[in-house]
Design a protein around this ligand. Structure first.
Ligand code: C2E
Ligand code: MG
Ligand code: MG
Length: 333
């Protein structure tokens, strides 16, 4: 009990045994390595040291070294996953998802390198590149007559940068993109972290004219009073609920409650990770506005997206929403 509040503490344990796991001098280090393995497995558990764990640590150091060079070596690319208008199944925009094409290891998931970039401070450069690249691509689409809405993901560290809103405004100006076409996705857990600071940044972002979306909603703990105050326009239901829709009554109830909550707060609601037709039908019935998932399209390069759009390849034929094409000439930006 701390300041009259109940705090729950959990603990992760790393085990190293003498002599099988090393000499006396290495034992504590190895226990630490095992403890970190326990933490990265989700925490609240224990792990016994294994030599492969140490390779992992060394691996991490190597990967971090490569990550420092990745931008300069043009190994980063934005993939785009279509967002689908639920009632009509037409494309309304895309979410930009970062990919790292490592020369030896192949394509590496952002789930691996974004946390590394956050810990090492590289996220600022990486984040700035994502903002610029997404706007550049939006401009290319615009020049081709497509007013494609683009969503980017912002990390916790980026949100703490005082000049983030100005930087976004500058990128939009540089590429002459209407702010209305850009959405910033921020995960619920990050949005709820430092509520005063978040509210300030969100307000500044809203003043720039971009849309704000709360990502992975349902995975963290939201204060509903605070959520009401946030100038966000969209909630994205966390994938874990979508995954369990067909089999779990509870997941259905939560997803349906999130949709109703969003509607009460006048927020648009998006479901991500839609993989089956049954999930699609359930979400559409609940009243989800937009859907995203492998059922419609996987994240793909801008070039692949253009081909996909032209050829209408994929599990179902998908049309781009008319509104994306409107105003190509009349709008100044
Ligand atoms: P997110 O923003 O929640 O993105 C959704 C993730 O779900 C993406 O993973 C996407 O590829 C995946 N996904 C989409 N549809 C399906 C589906 O039907 N089934 C399954 N199983 N997965 C699906 P991805 O691209 O690996 O990105 C993971 C996370 O990394 C993102 O989660 C986002 O939080 C973060 N991330 C990606 N790009 C960036 C970036 O440019 N900046 C920052 N800060 N974070 C990023
Ligand atoms: Mg996202
Ligand atoms: Mg998400």
């Amino acid at each position: 009990s701390l300041n009259e509040r109940e705090l729950s503490v959990s603990c992760s344990v790393g085990v190293a045994l003498y002599p099988q796991h090393g000499s006396m001098s290495a034992l504590i280090t190895h226990a630490g390595v095992a403890m970190r393995a326990a933490k990265s497995a989700g925490g609240s558990t224990y792990a016994v040291f294994d030599a492969r764990m140490e390779v992992d640590t060394r691996d991490q150091a190597e990967l971090l070294r490569d990550l420092r060079m990745a931008l300069a070596r043009s190994q980063m690319e934005l993939f785009y996953q279509p967002k689908i208008h639920a009632p009509s199944a037409q494309v309304t925009g895309v979410e930009a998802l970062l990919r790292w094409h490592h020369p030896q290891r192949g394509t590496i998931s952002p789930n691996i390198f974004i946390p590394m970039a956050e810990r090492s401070g590289l996220i600022n450069a990486l984040g700035a590149w994502v903002i610029d690249e997404a706007c550049r691509q939006a401009r290319v689409w615009r020049d081709e007559g497509l007013r494609m809405r683009v969503a980017i993901n912002l990390s916790a560290h980026q949100l703490r940068q005082r000049d983030l809103p100005q930087r976004i405004a500058e990128a939009l100006r540089k590429h002459q993109i209407n702010p209305d076409l850009l959405t910033c996705e921020i995960t619920e857990s990050v949005a709820m972290e430092d509520t005063d600071a978040t509210l300030r940044v969100f307000t500044e972002l809203a003043a720039v004219g971009v849309h704000i979306s709360i990502d992975d909603f349902g995975s963290g703990y939201s204060s509903l009073a605070y959520l009401r105050k946030l100038p966000a326009g969209e909630l994205k239901i966390d994938r874990s609920f979508v995954r369990d829709l067909e089999h779990s009554e509870e997941a259905r109830k939560i997803a349906s409650a999130v949709v109703q909550l969003a509607q009460a707060l006048k927020l648009k609601v998006v479901a991500e990770g839609v993989e089956t037709d049954e999930q699609y039908q359930i979400l559409r019935q609940f009243g989800c506005d937009e859907l995203q998932g492998f059922l419609f399209a996987k994240p793909m390069s801008a070039k692949a997206l253009a081909q996909w759009a032209m050829g209408n390849e994929g599990p179902r034929s998908i049309l781009f929403r008319d509104s994306l094409f409107h105003g190509t000439r009349e709008m100044a930006l």
